[in-house]
Each structure stands twice: as structure tokens, then as C-alpha cells.
Write a protein that binds this ligand. Structure first.
Ligand code: HEM
Length: 301
């Protein structure tokens, strides 16, 4: 019988169809990430990626099939566009936020505003800087619908809605961003704020007594990060049969690792500051200021 499923680590390997390895242990994640045996998915041309990955990611906020663009963390560090794209985002994010922004979100949370309203306001705070103008409500609404997990991706209606939403957000970005800006790097951020940050605001409100780092390691925001094998390897004896370069996809369960280690670098990366999320410091500072504001308004009421 074919060895299709194995455990420790969990692997599903169906020859010529799919080969996925799931790594949840925090130390194994760090070791494999820095081993040189894996790299970012778009190390390989889109057309040569495993069929399921190509199909899945085009319904998410991470890939634009029409223009063949991938979000920055999917590019190898050796990609010639990578450094400049990261630098642009860093520079833009460094312009930060205002006290009025914090107060506005605190007010909405205190009024129990609907998710849609919170998402719209938060998108303006994070993403207006890229467009120099308001991002319209239909776009922040559409950004909610890109597919967020493989489980969602196999539901045909979710998949179709995801493709449609991604097209809508990308077309808006293509029309409204300055030339030379990577439109997917920006479009992704609208989706990330709508899908992740809005929920995070409520988690914060329900945990005013805990530190922000504690809250967002116990309630991590990104469950997983994918990589692809670039060398034949058995990960130092961890696997019974080696990976296949360009075919084996490794899923790092960074959310579980964040809970296990309480290390905020697993909420925003794979456990180190290397290639950490550009938005991490903004997010943590904003959440700390917001927590302060919510505590104050609570004690006054
Ligand atoms: C709370 C919301 C967010 C969370 C939880 C989050 C989380 C993450 C995680 C886990 C990674 C690492 C991915 C990997 O290693 O494959 C990452 C990378 C990245 N994030 Fe975020 N992110 C958020 C919002 C944002 C926003 C709003 C921006 C831009 C304004 C952004 C820009 C980036 C960039 C550019 C990278 C790639 C960094 C690199 O590879 O050098 N993120 N993010």
C-alpha cells in the first residue's frame, strides 16, 4: 500500500497529486525555516507551482492571477524586487497614526459598532496613506470575502466569491495607486486589516487587564505560513522520505507556536525578527494606545 499519510510531522503525500507537510513545533519551525531547504512559494514560477497551491491562492488576498503578482512574503529574499518593496512599505507605515485615530476607534468599540463600520474606519487609518484618499466602502466590504483557509477554498461558493473579491480589490488598486507601486502589496493590506485587525480590536477590548503581547500570542492572528522545498531533504532525519524541490509544500503552524511559546515573533513571523511583518510595531503600539484609551473611558463611565 502507498504511504499516503504519515505523522510526526503530519504529511500527506499522494504521488503526482500533492505533498504537504505540517510543522507545528516551534523549534522545528525555526530550524527548517533557516535550514536553506525551504523558501517562499514564488521562488518558483506560478505555472510550475503545485496545482492545488496555484488554484487555492488565486482566491486569496495573496495572489493576483490576472497580473501574476504575489504578496511580498511569498517572494524569496533573492528576488530582485523584494528589498525595494519592503523598504517602500516600511517607509509608508513609519508615518504611523494620530491620537485622533485611536480615539475614533475607541469610540466605535465603546458604542459596539458593527464589524463593517470598524473595518472601514481601520482601513482608512492603515491604508489611506497609500492612496492619498478615502478607500470606498464597497472595497472594504469586498475585501472581507477573499478565501482565508484551505477548508474555505474547497467550498465552491466561497471560492467563487473569493476570486470575485480579489479581482475587485486588485482592479481598484490598479486604477488608484501611483505608478511603480506593487498593487498587490497594498491590496493585501486592505484585506488583512478587514479580516484580521478588526477582530483583533474586539479581542483587545475583552482583555483590558492583559498585556498586548500576551493577548496576541494567546489569540494569534495568523494560523500558518507556507514554504516550498527547494532542496531534497529529510529535515535532519525528521521525515522518512525526502522532500521534492518545487513540489513539497511545508505549512508552518505559527499560530500554535505563538500560543506554545508566547513569542510575539510567531504572531508576526516564523519566530524571529528575520523578515518579520512590516506592520508589527505599528500594530503593537496602536493596540497599546487603544488599550490605554479604553481603560480610561471605562473608568470614567
Ligand atoms: C494584524 C494584521 C497583520 C498580521 C497578523 C500580519 C502577520 C504577518 C505574518 C505572520 C507575516 C509573515 C509571513 C511569512 O513569513 O510567510 C507577515 C509578513 C508581512 N506583512 Fe504582515 N500582518 C498583518 C498586517 C500587515 C499590514 C497591514 C501590512 C502592511 C501595511 C503588512 C505587511 C507585511 C509584509 C510586507 C510582510 C513580509 C515581510 C517580509 O517578508 O520581509 N502586514 N505579516
Amino acid at each position: 500500500m502507498l504511504d499516503i499519510i504519515s505523522f510526526n510531522p503530519f504529511r500527506v503525500k499522494i504521488p503526482f497529486l500533492l505533498d504537504i507537510i505540517i510543522i507545528s513545533d516551534s523549534e522545528q519551525i525555526k530550524k527548517i525555516e533557516t535550514s536553506g531547504d525551504v523558501d517562499r512559494l514564488h521562488t518558483y514560477d506560478t505555472a510550475s507551482l503545485p496545482w492545488w497551491a496555484r488554484t487555492y491562492f488565486r482566491a486569496t488576498k495573496f495572489h493576483d492571477r490576472e497580473r501574476d503578482l504575489w504578496f511580498c512574503p511569498f517572494e524569496s529574499t533573492s528576488n530582485p524586487t523584494y528589498q525595494q518593496r519592503r523598504a517602500y512599505l516600511e517607509e509608508k507605515v513609519a508615518t504611523s497614526y494620530s491620537e485622533a485615530d485611536v480615539k475614533r476607534i475607541a469610540e466605535l468599540l465603546n458604542k459596539n459598532a458593527e464589524d463593517e463600520v470598524l473595518a472601514y474606519e481601520m482601513v482608512q487609518i492603515v491604508n489611506q496613506r497609500f492612496f492619498g484618499k478615502e478607500i470606498p466602502l464597497p472595497i472594504t466590504k469586498a475585501a472581507k470575502n477573499t478565501v482565508q483557509s484551505l477548508g474555505e477554498g474547497i467550498l465552491p461558493w466561497k471560492y467563487i466569491a473569493g476570486r470575485k473579491a480579489q479581482n475587485q480589490v486588485m482592479n481598484y488598486c490598479a486604477k488608484n495607486l501611483p505608478d511603480n507601486v506593487h498593487i498587490l502589496d497594498i491590496g493585501h493590506n486592505i484585506g488583512e486589516v478587514v479580516q484580521t485587525t478588526t477582530g483583533a480590536l474586539k479581542t483587545l477590548k475583552n482583555n483590558l487587564d492583559k498585556s498586548v503581547e500576551e493577548i496576541f500570542t494567546s489569540n494569534p492572528l495568523t494560523p500558518e505560513a507556507p514554504r516550498i522545498a527547494v532542496k531534497k531533504s529529510n529535515f535532519d532525519g525528521l521525515l522518512s522520505s525526502p522532500t521534492v524541490p518545487g513540489k513539497t509544500v511545508v505549512i508552518f503552524k505559527i499560530g500554535k507556536a505563538a500560543i506554545e511559546t508566547k513569542d510575539i515573533n510567531f504572531t508576526f513571523s516564523t519566530g524571529s525578527s528575520e523578515r518579520v511583518c512590516v506592520f508589527k510595531d505599528f500594530f503593537l503600539e496602536f493596540m497599546k494606545d487603544l488599550q490605554q484609551e479604553l481603560r480610561q473611558t471605562k473608568s470614567q463611565s
